[in-house]
Design a protein around this ligand. Sequence first.
Ligand code: NAD
Length: 342
Amino acid sequence: MKILVTGAAGFMGSYVVDSLIARGDCEVFAVDDLSGGFERNINPESHFEKLDLRDREKTRALIEKVKPELLYHLAADASEGRSQFTPVSATERNFLAYMYTLVPAIQHGLKRVILTSSMSVYGAGSVPFSEDMKPAPEDIYGISKTAMEEATMVLSKVHGFEYVIVRPHNVYGPRQNLSDPYRNVIGIFINCLLNDKNFYIYGDGNQNRAFTYIDDFNPHFVACGFADNVVGEIINLGPSEEHTINELAKIVLSNFYSDGNIPAHLVPKHVPLRPQEVVEAYCTNDKAKKLLGYKTSTTLSLGVAKMIAWAKSMGSQKFKYLENGLELDSPQAPETWKQQLI
Ligand SMILES: NC(=O)c1ccc[n+]([C@@H]2O[C@H](COP(=O)([O-])OP(=O)(O)OC[C@H]3O[C@@H](n4cnc5c(N)ncnc54)[C@H](O)[C@@H]3O)[C@@H](O)[C@H]2O)c1
């Protein structure tokens, strides 16, 4: 089977490619424009092409050449908090790039798409979010993911391909981009410590989140391409155990300084919540348990320890702010970005 993975040099996409190659029964094509991914993540046994999916003609040509039967779509501008300040990027890299990929894929024999959506589609609904709740996104990223979900369902109904929509939440682990100051809270905290800097917590830190270690996510996500019982389903994929950001901060600090000697200057600082940031955001996972046999095997403390070990082996990274700045560089943008405090 020919499989195309987009976002293949990114964090989650690179694990998908590795797992598909390890199966040994498929030919894996991989694309990424390296805007957020890294060459080091690219599996050499995949057929990799550096491609910006916003380039409609080149994307069409690649799909025509590959004719993928199965598509794992992960490419995205996944910066939820920044999306209010970069709405064009979120729309182009998420919704538009997906349409540029999906449409020729349908024309060339696509059998199934696995769409990486997000918990952001639930917005500020009542927690825990369950799949039967109507999407009510609070931010531009969530709007783009909702549109991608809806378009998938409509096009599937009309054109007959299968789909599985997966809603991950706060996936973390080795290979995650440590140098992005806009997203990946665990990576930001760790990279700040690697740089001997204190980190910032938006709001009072009592907002609740569930965090998913990559090894608890990836096998179930990959299985969505092959299992029969998940076709046409929307699935929350991740743990149901929630933690506050303050708890997370303590876990990161205590694992980073496992001898207990946390330097006094590394006390986290609190700054205002980012605009549209949802305070309570975690999901049920009954459906993932039932359909995919989901099980949380890695506690947050263990997963953070593993990520810290990897990050220490990588060394401190310089945070990379957008070269051309925000699309909407307004007073509402967090000071952490405006003053490049992270
Ligand atoms: N990590 C999480 O916690 C999380 C949670 C929910 C949903 N998701 C979704 O999962 C997917 C993967 O996320 P990730 O955390 O691995 O992020 P990531 O940034 O590591 O991976 C995304 C990849 O997409 C690539 N990309 C972006 N725009 C592109 C374009 N126009 N053409 C080609 N490639 C492009 C980037 O270079 C990057 O390698 C995304 O769709 C994201 O929205 C992630």
